[in-house]
Write a protein that binds this ligand. Structure first.
Ligand code: FAD
Length: 455
């Protein structure tokens, strides 16, 4: 991707937007274009940094006048999913300066500005004994996660986060600021709940919060030498587990780096983590078969719900990574054996089985284009790519993992886990795809918006 603006267009953007826009010749361009996933070298025509909804209106109008596309980006956690898109004619709208959360504790809702991240929501909600269907990283944005589904450690009991979105305020392709909800611009509201950045730049959302002040959550950790025992035991455990449990199993290979705590640095591990929405005694009974495998560490217990976001140990700082995923319909013994083989393949940082099913798999009648996710497990592989030469091997490594489990794959994808690598997102939209495309043509006839997982 190369940025190559004509002098006239660049001058026009500068005249219209002043300091809101950073152009390739500006000293701050390299910093402004840097996504959280620093493996991705995105080079947009310009980066715009709004601080208000009105700024976003001006940016979209100026881009349209200049004949440029617009790509909303809040954190760049999903930047790999945009990497297949040529951004040389695109203004990247970085929403990092548009953060803030207001909680209405009585109504159990939050109004969230467009670039806010889950840590912002948890900090505002926790004092009221409330939480939200956040994912495993507090640094991921609410808009980018929730409007593409959003799979949390509450998912099997509470469903996908997208179903907690009550209203979305967005700047549409004609530069209008629109509030979309069940009662206003209902078709756009349907489309953006799944279609996300393909339909506009979201400047705020209203989401439901949950009255969960504390939760039974944590992790169990073994040396990877125990994987051949732990993985089949986990498969058997999940087959019987109630919907109150949403967990993940990862086989992880940590490089020896001093920044890591000694229990991780340089080690190969099996980690099971997640949440169980039961009283302590019932949750402990449920965990007993896994605890019987005598993990080296066991942190499961009751914690404030705001602490759940730390349980999966996702990196808070920018990280260069490539990933691949697949949805699995079941996990019989031969799939477990294939997962064990895949988890030992070279070049992979971790190989994960995330429990899905339950409420996450049940479509919601009042929902949007995406309201559920088919499959019993999400298979996920992550490889680090700290230098450009590592990109191709990392991509090959994660794809080798999902290829090993080909026989158990179903025709579905979790939109939030589509992370580049030339993956067609169609399977993430399922039966909604045709209507979404029709609405894209209607609401954005000139294809103004460029988005990850484009419809
Ligand atoms: C460490 C890590 C942990 C994760 N954990 C989970 C998890 O537990 N569960 C899960 O479901 N997913 C998870 N994800 C995936 C993540 O939810 C998606 O990549 C998500 O799209 C990231 O959103 P973002 O806005 O932070 O990223 P960005 O790269 O900024 O945005 C991705 C896309 O979201 C859209 N978007 C973002 N902000 C706006 C906006 N304001 N207006 C319009 N469109 C917008 C755009 O289409 C954009 O291209 C994780 C990713 C990482 C890297």
């Amino acid at each position: 991707m190369s940025s190559d603006l004509s002098t006239g267009v660049a001058q026009n953007l500068r005249d219209r937007l002043g300091d809101l826009v950073v152009l390739p010749e500006d000293a701050g361009y390299d910093q402004a274009r840097m996504p959280w996933n620093v493996a991705i070298d995105q080079r947009p025509a310009a980066v715009a940094r709004p601080e208000s909804a009105e700024d976003v209106v001006q940016i979209v109008r100026a881009a349209a006048e200049a004949g440029l596309r617009v790509a909303p980006q809040s954190t760049g956690h999903g930047a790999a999913a945009l990497a297949d898109t040529d951004l040389s004619d695109t203004v990247l709208v970085s929403l990092a300066g548009l953060r803030g959360v207001t909680v209405d504790a009585g109504a159990r809702t939050a109004r969230v500005l467009g670039g806010s991240v889950w840590d912002d929501v948890l900090a505002a909600a926790a004092p009221h004994g409330l939480t939200a269907l956040h994912g495993s990283s507090g640094g991921v944005s609410v808009a980018g996660y929730a409007l593409s589904g959003g799979l949390s450690f509450y998912a099997r009991s509470k469903g996908l986060a997208v179903n907690t979105v009550r209203a979305v305020q967005l700047v549409t392709a004609d530069g209008s600021l629109v509030r979309a909800s069940a009662d206003e611009h209902a078709e756009l509201f349907w489309a953006v709940r799944g279609g996300a950045g393909s339909f506009g730049v979201v400047v705020s959302l209203e989401i439901d919060l949950l009255p969960i002040a504390d939760v039974f959550a944590g992790m169990l950790l073994w040396d990877a030498a125990r994987a051949a025992e732990v993985v089949p035991a986990y498969a058997a455990w999940t087959a019987a587990a109630p919907e109150s449990a949403t967990t993940s199993l990862r086989v992880m290979h940590f490089p020896p780096i001093p920044e890591l705590p000694p229990f991780l640095s340089g080690r190969d591990l099996v980690v099971i983590d997640g949440a169980i929405l039961e009283a302590d005694a019932a949750a402990s009974d449920l965990l007993a078969p896994l605890r019987a495998l005598e993990p080296e560490m066991d942190t499961f217990g009751r914690i404030p719900s705001a602490g759940l976001v730390a349980v999966h140990m996702d990196p808070p700082d920018p990280t260069p990574a490539l990933t691949a995923h697949a949805m699995l319909g079941s996990l019989p013994a031969d799939a477990v054996a294939a997962f064990l083989e895949a988890s030992a393949l070279p070049g992979v940082f971790f190989t994960e089985l995330r429990q899905v099913g339950g409420a996450a798999s049940r479509p919601v009648g009042s929902g949007g284009a995406v309201s559920s996710l088919d499959g019993e497990f999400l298979l996920h592989a992550v490889a680090l790519a700290p230098v450009p030469e590592a990109l191709a091997p990392a991509d090959a490594a994660v794809k080798a993992v999902t290829a090993r489990l080909e026989p158990w794959k179903i025709d579905a994808l979790a939109l939030t886990f589509i992370d580049g690598g030339g993956v067609d997102p169609a399977a993430g939209y399922g039966a909604s795809l045709d209507r979404l495309r029709e609405l894209k043509r209607r609401f954005d006839p000139e294809r103004r918006f460029a988005a990850a997982r484009a419809v």
